[in-house]
Write a new protein. Structure first.
Length: 221
């Protein structure tokens, strides 16, 4: 990831991060997460050279706005948003709300994003969110395979995207499901970003077109 950020060409003017960029981030301060400092420095180098940062909260990183808007002048989105680029209407989201039948997760999401948790994050000792990060990371790794066998994620994403196309969007971009996918249907585009754990997949927007790409760290110069 650090090499990818450092090698982004000078012509890049916007960087969109669609959530779960961190294993876990809660609150207004990087103090509990010193191991994230190198990647935070890389983001600062990009924003210092004029790259505009758009950060969507995921299901591992939330309550980011106070810190990220100050440190990086980033636009932070707790939920989905609609943007217009090159005359096309884009719907961008992390994707954790695509599956409305996963009620257990929806309850947990509501808890973590509640005003009470936001307040607690400002007063609890740094060791507490660090401990939560470790537990949540281990739980997520153990749960993902079982969840993948229970839900047809690609079908859920396709159905969700179809709803957004019917509402007037030209492009739908989502993350969350660890399944890279690009589909073109006439004038519409669906892009699921996959993940950076094993696939190194990302999307590139250029001249009104969105393309799914793969970073090859062993081949990069």
């Amino acid at each position: 990831m650090l090499r990818f950020l450092e090698e982004l060409p000078a012509g890049i003017d916007r960087l969109f991060i669609l959530g779960d960029f961190f294993e876990f981030w809660l609150g207004d301060s990087p103090e509990p997460f010193p191991h994230y400092r190198p990647v935070l420095d890389a983001l600062r180098n990009l924003t210092d050279r004029g790259v505009e940062l758009f950060f969507f909260e995921g299901n591992h990183d939330f309550h980011l706005e106070r810190y990220f808007s100050t440190a990086f002048n980033a636009r932070v989105f707790p939920d989905a948003t609609t943007l217009t680029m090159d005359g096309r209407r884009l719907f961008l989201c992390h994707g954790d709300l695509v599956n409305r039948d996963d009620r257990g997760y929806l309850l947990l999401r509501a808890l973590f994003r509640s005003p009470l948790v936001r307040l607690l994050a400002r007063v609890i000792p740094p060791a507490v969110p660090a401990w939560i990060a470790l537990r949540l990371g281990n739980h997520s790794k153990g749960k993902h395979k079982a969840a993948s066998s229970r839900w047809d994620y690609l079908q859920l994403v396709r159905e969700f995207a179809a709803q957004q196309f019917r509402s007037g969007h030209d492009v739908v971009v989502t993350a969350h499901f660890h399944r890279p996918l690009q589909e073109e249907h006439g004038a519409t585009t669906l892009l699921a970003l996959g993940d950076w754990i094993s696939q190194f997949s990302y999307g590139e927007w250029q001249d009104g077109a969105l393309t799914l790409k793969t970073y090859a760290p062993d081949q990069a110069g």
